[in-house]
Design a protein around this ligand. Structure first.
Ligand SMILES: O=C(CO)[C@H](O)[C@H](O)COP(=O)(O)O
Length: 243
């Protein structure tokens, strides 16, 4: 992958950990490639500063990354209140609505991120958009119970237009199966949307487990540039600063 993209991912991921992670916290750990840099940084800080942290994973991938680095693995059953959650995103708009689930983990991500006092996003510059859909063309990921995928697909297409494509695996014949044993529909839409209404509608369809629409739930997003610099945006302010 392009060096600049990785530089952006790393810079954003490191800076968010440095700004928000403190001793004795319970931390939600997101999924995807950007968050791996955050997990690396958390591991570095645990080693260097002897921090006592509990990490709650949002996916099988996050769980493995936590274990591989020797971090303390927690679970919501024992640690239902999180101090912060840090996670990646596929696209973030100016109101801090975002699309997640490019890696198919949006259900667990939403559960864990919702339990956190503060939810922070980390992403490279390509994910920064005025409107959702400006740059992310793969649609809104929607996790569905397998037996319901067809009626859900038809309902979405008839009510909202666009195409709700079943996500297919690349290294196996057949669909992508989520960590929860479900399928994913990627709803490719056109034009501007009222995301709150769309999300409410999607949740009203029997068989829909969760969507990859995160409506203004993040406190702040860190974007990393191709030069390895970082700028942030929060809900109340536009572009805050650069480092
Ligand atoms: O939502 C996610 C996985 O379900 C990821 O956070 C999102 O797809 C961003 O991934 P990456 O950091 O690899 O671009």
């Amino acid at each position: 992958m392009d060096e600049g993209i990785n530089a952006g991912k790393k810079a954003a991921a490191y800076k968010a950990v440095d700004d928000f992670v403190k001793d004795n916290q319970i931390i939600g750990v997101g999924s995807g490639s950007t968050i791996v840099y955050s997990i690396d940084r958390i591991a570095e800080r645990v080693k260097n500063e002897n921090l006592k942290l509990i990490c709650i994973p949002t996916s099988f991938q996050a769980r493995q990354a936590i274990i591989e680095r020797g971090l303390t693995l927690g679970q919501l059953e024992m640690n239902p209140k999180l101090d912060i959650a840090i996670d990646g995103a596929d696209e973030v708009d100016y109101q801090l609505n975002c699309i997640k689930g490019g890696g198919g983990c949006q259900t667990q991500e939403k559960i864990v991120d919702y339990c956190a006092e503060e939810f922070i996003l980390v992403a490279d510059y390509r994910k920064d958009s005025e409107h959702l859909g400006d740059s992310w063309k793969k649609g809104i990921p929607i996790e569905v119970i397998p037996m319901a995928y067809k009626p859900v697909q038809m309902k979405i297409q008839s009510k909202l237009g666009g195409k709700a494509n079943i996500r297919m695996a690349t290294k196996k014949a057949g669909p992508v199966v989520t960590d929860n044993g479900n399928l994913i529909l990627d709803w490719c839409f056109e034009g501007k949307q009222n995301w709150e209404q769309v999300d409410t509608f999607l949740h009203s369809i029997p068989g829909v487990v969760e969507t990859g629409l995160f409506i203004q739930s993040a406190k702040m997003v860190y974007f990393g540039t191709a030069e390895g610099k970082v700028y942030t945006r929060n809900k109340n302010q536009d572009m805050l600063n650069s480092h």
